[in-house]
Design a protein around this ligand. Structure first.
Ligand code: COA
Length: 261
């Protein structure tokens, strides 16, 4: 599929960079962009040559300034829920990809942009980043997961405050409350994101995938279910040659050579 609203770059180290590419509209997530993002994520899910994804925004100002407000304006009581679900599905696909997804948040991450960043597993952000769920200013509520994921990430009281006031959250505050993993100067952001991705991809691939599945599951599972799932995945790792190699390499005081099996 030829994409018009996103750019995809395959890196030789085995990951992809997806750039949201509507800079004149601050990368607002219109229907076309969501359709293209869904298709790209679906392709990446089945592509064994791509083991991780970095998502960022084009231009200096924005990661994504939200769902496209011109399109929102056309929704009504009949079409609204479907529009919300269309975005939710794409973001759930990202969260459950089974490959690490890092959001490199290079500017505004508002509304759907904040929701997209929250569906990613790790958020590295520039010192210019600004998060927020300003839907309430539009007579709306977040529709792509903002009420659910912000609450899980920062707790009910902070989520209520940000969702109800629509206030923006600067990078330092985002880091302090656990919405951002790390803040970097804007010029360093992509380099830091790529470094982290390459570090993750140097680990045993099977262990990376299973770790991610266990962590994503932990957000919603009862502790007994989460622990049972962890034990199952731990056992599966023990059956891999990567686990034999990783432990043997440690004992022999050398670097492990993982094969993904
Ligand atoms: N949907 C559609 N278009 C958007 C948009 C959105 N969410 N956010 C920005 N744009 C467009 C603007 O309409 C403008 O287009 P134009 O040049 O054709 O007029 C362009 O992007 C640049 O935005 P502008 O508002 O001029 O930039 P700014 O630097 O003055 O302000 C923001 C930046 C982020 C504060 C402001 O754009 C904004 O509040 N955007 C909406 C945020 C929002 O409510 N998101 C939640 C949607 S659910």
């Amino acid at each position: 599929m030829q994409y018009e609203t996103i750019l995809i770059e395959r890196k030789p180290e085995g990951y992809a960079v997806i750039t949201l590419n509507r800079p004149d509209k601050l990368n607002a997530l219109n229907i076309q962009l969501l359709v293209e993002l869904r298709s790209a994520i679906s392709d990446i899910a089945g592509d064994t040559g791509i083991r991780g994804v970095i998502i960022t925004g084009s231009g200096e100002k924005a990661f994504a300034a939200g769902a496209d407000i011109a399109e929102l304006h056309e929704l009504d009581g009949t079409t609204g829920s479907g529009a919300s679900e269309r975005g939710q599905i794409v973001f759930l696909m990202i969260e459950r990809l089974g490959k690490p997804v890092i959001a490199a948040v290079n500017g505004f991450a508002l509304g759907g942009g904040c929701e997209l960043a929250m569906a990613c597993h790790i958020r590295l952000v520039s010192d210019r980043a600004k998060f927020g769920q300003p839907e309430v200013n539009l007579g709306l509520i977040p529709g792509f997961g903002g009420t659910q994921r912000l609450t899980r990430l920062v707790g009910a009281a902070r989520s209520a405050e940000y969702n109800l006031t629509g206030d923006m959250i600067d990078a330092a505050t985002a880091e302090r409350i656990g919405l951002a993993n790390h803040v970097y100067p804007a010029a360093e952001l992509m380099e830091r994101a790529q470094e982290m991705m390459i570090k993750i991809l140097s680990k045993g691939p099977v262990a990376v995938e299973k770790t991610l599945r266990a962590v994503v599951t932990a957000v919603d599972a009862a502790i007994e279910d989460g622990l049972a799932y962890e034990a199952q995945l731990f056992g599966e790792c023990c059956g891999t040659s990567d686990m034999k190699e990783g432990t043997k390499a440690f004992l022999e005081k050398r670097a492990a050579q993982f094969t993904g099996r």
